[in-house]
Design a protein around this ligand. Structure first.
Ligand SMILES: Nc1nc2c(ncn2[C@@H]2O[C@H](COP(=O)(O)OP(=O)(O)OP(=O)(O)O)[C@@H](O)[C@H]2O)c(=O)[nH]1
Ligand SMILES: C[S@@+](CC[C@H](N)C(=O)[O-])C[C@H]1O[C@@H](n2cnc3c(N)ncnc32)[C@H](O)[C@@H]1O
Ligand code: SF4
Ligand code: SF4
Length: 331
């Protein structure tokens, strides 16, 4: 499917739950967000139906995210059914990793292609301060465990938090020195609570890493389905990547749309526009009607984000929070 700017849309990010077992300060309030009732969340049958229609229109890559996707029961069942859909080539997972060890065997058997583990620090007191939970050991064990599965590619995501985790940029990148893992540094986007954590740019991280590991080689080409760009440090097993939506806007290359846990199809991370597919599904819409709505949302996808403060003003209002919190959107 192409959008109005001729971008090929082939990637759907599916948030399977708004719930999470962590409370990262830049993503969720201390007491969590008002939880959506279970019956307001799409069932697996409903997700499968939407994904089947999307796959018929050229969506070949699906990301499972959340909230924390592994807190939803039987995620491997959903994964297995998604992998069985005609046209679906890859299903990947983005997780905080805390529940990974206990679920990886089922996920691998269901055909999981890749896992991204969010880890902003390797220091347990810092981890506690950032996530408001004492779960670093479990997340690290999850990383260690998944690295034993040769068919699952593994990445680590670290949000750049100057003044909070900058002492960890070098050790986190160092994971890629010895392990077959790519480590990506993510610029903080001014979305939801992230607005209160103005970040540094990729350049500042890169300068620190160069001091520690030498001059990296820029790597061309796309690795994975997302917007990351990569460099390679001498002798490293894995790559180091940057997802820099603020300093290096990548909207011109955008290939994705998002489905929230409540079934709202969102054409762009930043804006609240889109369509309520759950309502259509539960009102008895036929596949053709759903397909037409999905195609319209994709066609009307906005050209780019407007993260700069003045242009962002309308989107900063507090209404419709479900569509503005990263934990609900799924990142
Ligand atoms: N601005 C913007 N940020 C995105 C987009 N897609 C992902 N991100 C951010 O990139 C970070 C990492 O996303 P991941 O879920 O790990 O997945 P990915 O990088 O898209 O995909 P892979 O590289 O294929 O695993 C998260 O903070 C997302 O919010 C996007 O379309 N626009
Ligand atoms: C919203 S989480 C959902 C999946 C899972 N709970 C996890 O943490 O990986 C997905 C990703 O979004 C990132 N994220 C959250 N808020 C962000 C923001 N304002 N800017 C950039 N990335 C953000 C997180 O660090 C995480 O890597
Ligand atoms: S970033 Fe992920 S793990 Fe952290 S609070 Fe948000 S959804 Fe949960
Ligand atoms: S901000 Fe919107 S248009 Fe830009 S890359 Fe992200 S989803 Fe795509």
């Amino acid at each position: 499917m192409k959008d109005q700017y001729n971008r090929k849309i082939e990637y759907l990010r599916v948030s399977v739950t708004d719930r999470c077992n962590l409370r990262c300060v830049y993503c969720m309030p201390k007491d969590g967000i008002k939880q959506v009732a279970h019956n307001q969340i799409l069932t697996y049958d409903e997700i499968i139906r939407i994904c089947r229609i999307c796959a018929g229109e050229g969506i070949s890559k699906i990301k499972l995210t959340g909230g924390e996707p592994l807190v939803r029961k039987n995620l491997s069942e959903l994964l297995c059914r998604l992998k069985g859909l005609e046209g679906v080539e890859q299903v990947t997972l983005t997780t905080n990793g805390v529940l990974l060890t206990e679920q990886i065997e089922d996920l691998a058997a269901a055909g999981l292609d890749a896992v991204n583990i969010s880890l902003d620090t390797l220091d347990s007191s810092q981890y506690k301060a950032i996530t408001r939970r004492d779960e670093l050991d479990k997340a690290l064990f999850g990383l260690k465990t998944v690295l034993k599965y040769p068919n699952i590619s593994v990445k680590v995501n670290c949000v750049i938090l100057p003044g909070i985790n900058e002492t960890q940029w070098i050790p986190l990148a160092g994971l890629a020195a010895e392990k077959h893992v790519d480590v990506r540094f993510i610029e903080m986007m001014p979305i939801g609570l992230g607005k209160s954590y103005p970040g540094s740019s990729q350049q500042e991280v890169l300068e620190k890493l160069e001091e520690a590991y030498g001059k990296p080689e820029a790597l061309s080409g796309r690795f994975g389905n997302g917007p990351a760009v990569y460099v390679g440090f001498p002798e490293f097993c894995g790559k180091v990547g940057f997802i820099s939506a603020v300093s290096h806007q990548f909207c011109g290359e955008c290939n994705r749309v998002r489905l929230t846990a409540e079934g709202f199809l969102k054409p762009c991370l930043q804006y609240s526009t889109g369509e309520d597919l759950r309502k259509l599904l539960r009102d008895g819409a036929a596949d053709k009607e759903l397909k037409d709505v999905i195609k319209k949302v994709i066609f009307e996808k906005p050209r780019c984000h407007r993260f700069s403060a003045a242009e962002n003003a309308e989107e900063n209002t507090e209404d419709n929070l479900e569509l503005k919190q990263m934990s609900s959107i799924g990142g």
